[in-house]
Design a protein around this ligand. Sequence first.
Ligand code: SF4
Ligand code: SF4
Length: 456
Amino acid sequence: MTAAKIFRFKGGFHPEDHKKLSSEHEVKTLGLLPRYTVLLRQNVGAPPEVCVTKGDHVKKGSCIAQPASFVSVPLHSPVAGTVGDLLTVPGPNGSPVEAVEILSDGEDMQEWDDRLEPILDWRDTPANVLKKRILDAGITGMGGAAFPTHVKLSPPPEKPVDTLILNGAECEPYLTSDDVLMRSHARAILTGAAIAAKVLGVTEIFVGIEDNKKEAFNAMEQAAWGISSAAVTVVPLPVKYPQGGEKQLIYALTGRKVIVGALPMDVGCAVLNVGSCYAIWDAVLNGHPLVERITTVTGTPVVHPGNYRILMGTPLSAALEGAGGIRENSDVGKIIFGGPMMGFAQYSLEVPVSKNTSGILLLERSEVAQFYGGPCLSCGRCVEHCPMQLPVSTLSKACESERYDLAKENHVLACLECGVCSSVCPARRPNVQHFRKAKAELKELLQKEKNKKVGK
Ligand code: SF4
Ligand code: SF4
């Protein structure tokens, strides 16, 4: 291993991390539930198409939906049981979404579907076979965007990738699921990374971990020796939000800049979350599709904050119950899927956990940040801290008056939605909410124009 130079990205800030609440307890597994609702749309791209019918018997890991296109992944049953209804349930981003109901057979010793056989000799297995396994196991990004992993591992020939980056930064306050996974399963994560490196044909693997996770760093460094034919370098990164943003991470570890509108592959990089690498190991070495994950359930209102192994399709209410429920006298002001900076507020306790549910965070009403939309003071703090160096105050005013043409000219589409500009704003302007809305409007407009062109 060689020492890596670290490049410091501009902007960002240091929020209180609140990680101790959940990081110091052992990972627990939630008990079996009678019923799961598995969301169909769990990945970026096309949702898969259901391939089972009501009354079918399924094993744990049986395929229940097939990919609908190249940018799509299959879905699998989290438990053995019977297929129930195709339902509409509340989704994590607030809109109703389709889900497949699975009624558990109640057996604690769940038998896995054995259609995906373990590939123990993965080092001698062709790259295309390994990539197919990653697709067949339904693996997506598990840190946030849920981008299908097999697509990340398929750069076109004109964009060769030479570097694989493992994202173990976990810079969002409160979240510790990646930290505990690295502490307890470093070798499995790095084996998954070695498999991904083989698929990509890269010669260099960097693992970026924020410097506040010493135990995880040591575990990953120890496990890195001899694990891959690619050179593996585990790098401690400065603690600064959003260090785990894809663009910021690539810059920090390689000095390569991903410009507005470009992708990591445009600078020869592929970035995978450590959870996705663990899922690759499980899919290849054990033949298990992605049906569960470690999720941080935390916040001062939670009786037993910690990290929990949770099956996909588990309702938020059951995950909370598994963590001991809510403390008496708590006045919960907000429930968030993800962290406080980039997560989404939830309005129903029936929202199911899915592949990218890194955390379930409860905040007391007194802890919830309030944004009033007061007039901009032109203080420039947002511009100074924006990790994308965007003209934030200009953008904020343009979006507020729904001048989305101006917002587009000022690169709103490059906004990471990291929330830094809202957090540092003395006027408590809801900047990031404005930008989310503007981006959604502009994307819809773009889609309409595309449809017009192809005569839809
Ligand atoms: S939310 Fe967007 S505009 Fe605001 S700091 Fe983050 S990247 Fe910059
Ligand atoms: S930080 Fe807030 S008040 Fe200051 S310039 Fe930015 S939007 Fe305006």
